[in-house]
Ligand binder design. Structure first.
Ligand SMILES: Cc1ncc(COP(=O)(O)O)c(C=O)c1O
Length: 455
């Protein structure tokens, strides 16, 4: 602005000032439109490849597009993911207005949609609203959190428990908080992504051992234990892709002999193993003290959303004040806490639900094996895979089964290696015997049609 214009502005009325400012703006715009447009890019920036600053050129995105294109041909039938389910999913589901028998959801005990859970959620909403609107450490603590954690600690025979807003986040934040660069994490090579992400974030050395191979862990510990400060062995209670489980007492013995921590993810074993659904501890008759870190999710048998860690008071207090995914994240919503708490109560009052689930899953596995279907190492307690070993064939089979009235999902790379690509059947206690027998018949027919050979 020139000195004259500034002086004029200073002594003018507000209308005059506005008029003057507008005129100056119009002159500036007119001048700018006559000037040649300059490229704002610096010479250094001009040399940067487009894929470094364009999201539509991100390598993971391009890779995804290529993989999706491979599934488009009519004989394969397109990407089978993100199907929209139009109501409650238990033994059956509705997709596109049609009814299917569903094996794509882990509503193991059929508690999602149960009247007691719906009533508990409605009461919690009424009392506490839809959100606790703060991290629990500063203002998000509610009685329902304490009740839920108390019930889980009692069920798992531990001193304490802490509930988180996400199962995945529970593993990531707990493992990354407890372990660091001077530590060693030994985990089964089939553990869930959340465990692997937590291990990566921790900066600890990471070794994956052969699936369920406690002898290999013994050997690794004999060679490596002394080179590290803290060492943790991480397992799952039931493996989510394979449906088998570890010989936990063997690992407990290693824990004591080598002075290491033992952590177990019970996402798929809570509500599934043990006479009362108390998980792998109950199955093997162990005590809560035999494992240092009991992890689980609220999203499977407990028909809610979130995760938990149970263990000693020291562990829980440490996480409660220090784990970033707990301290810097909102508290579990009242509705989710209430649903999980009510699910625990129904499970305790109706243990026959657990028995029913295992009978159904056992029947599914038995019939599949009788027909020569390749079900891997599944123990038939909740998850039964059908190993196909080829992405295109697996997706084509998925889509063909949908046409025959069966909703089941494929597990592809990177979820599993290419030769382990599979269909994964989640069995739940509400599946009837007839539904299972009928499904196995159709699956066998379609699997043979797509070149399957009995094992
Ligand atoms: C073994 C295991 N751990 C953790 C998780 C993450 O739990 P959530 O889906 O509740 O976040 C899953 C999810 O399926 C899982 O299978």
């Amino acid at each position: 602005m020139t000195k004259a214009a500034a002086a004029l502005l200073k002594y003018s009325s507000s209308d005059q000032k506005r008029e003057l400012a507008n005129r100056m703006m119009r002159q500036r715009v007119a001048r700018a439109s006559l000037e040649p447009r300059s490229d704002p890019t610096t010479p250094e920036a001009a040399a940067i490849p487009e894929s470094y600053y364009r999201l539509d050129l991100h390598p993971a995105y391009l890779n995804l597009l290529a993989r999706m294109a491979e599934l488009e041909p009519p004989d394969i039938g397109g990407v089978p993911y993100f199907r929209v389910h139009q109501g409650l999913v238990r033994d059956t589901t509705q997709i596109g207005g049609l009814e299917y028998i569903s094996f794509s959801n882990y509503n193991y005990l059929g508690l999602s949609g149960h009247p007691a859970l719906k009533a508990a959620v409605a009461a919690a909403l009424d009392r506490y609203g839809t959100s606790v609107s703060a991290s629990r450490i500063v203002g998000g603590e509610r009685p329902i959190h304490v009740e839920l954690e108390g019930a889980l600690a009692e069920l798992l025979d531990t001193e304490a428990c802490l509930a988180f807003v996400s199962g995945h986040g529970t593993n990531v934040t707990t493992i990354a908080h407890l372990f660091g660069p001077k530590d060693l994490i030994l985990h089964d090579k089939l553990v869930h992504n959340s465990i692997q992400m937590g291990a990566l974030l921790s900066g600890a050395r990471r070794i994956a051992f052969r699936h369920n191979d406690w002898q290999m862990v013994d050997d690794l510990l004999q060679r490596h234990r002394r080179h590290y400060e803290r060492v943790v062995v991480i397992l799952e209670g039931v493996y989510s892709m394979d449906g088998d489980f570890p010989d936990l007492p063997r690992f407990v013995e290693l824990r004591e002999r080598h002075k290491v921590f033992l952590m177990i993810d019970e996402a798929h074993s809570l509500g599934v193993l043990g006479a009362r659904g108390r998980g792998i501890r109950e199955h093997f008759g162990l005590s809560g003290n035999d494992v240092d870190i009991w992890m689980g999710t609220l999203s499977k048998s407990l028909a809610s959303c979130g995760g938990y860690i149970a263990g000693s008071r020291a562990l829980i207090l440490n996480l409660k004040f220090n784990a970033p995914g707990f301290v810097f994240s909102v508290g579990l919503s009242p509705a989710n806490a209430a649903a999980a708490f009510a699910a625990l109560q129904v499970m305790a009052a109706e243990p026959e639900r657990v028995a029913e689930l295992r009978r159904r899953a056992g029947l599914f596995l038995q019939l599949a094996r009788e027909r020569g279907l390749p079900t891997g190492s599944s123990k038939g307690v909740s998850v039964v895979p059908l190993i196909v070993g080829d992405t295109k064939r697996c997706v084509a089979l998925t889509n063909a089964l949908l046409k025959r009235g069966i909703d089941v999902q494929p597990i592809l790379y990177p979820g599993v290696r290419e030769r382990a690509v599979r269909l994964r059947f989640f069995i739940n206690g509400t599946h009837t015997e007839d539904q299972i027998r009928w499904t196995i018949g159709i699956v066998e027919e379609e699997w043979r049609r797509f070149g399957g050979r009995p094992v």
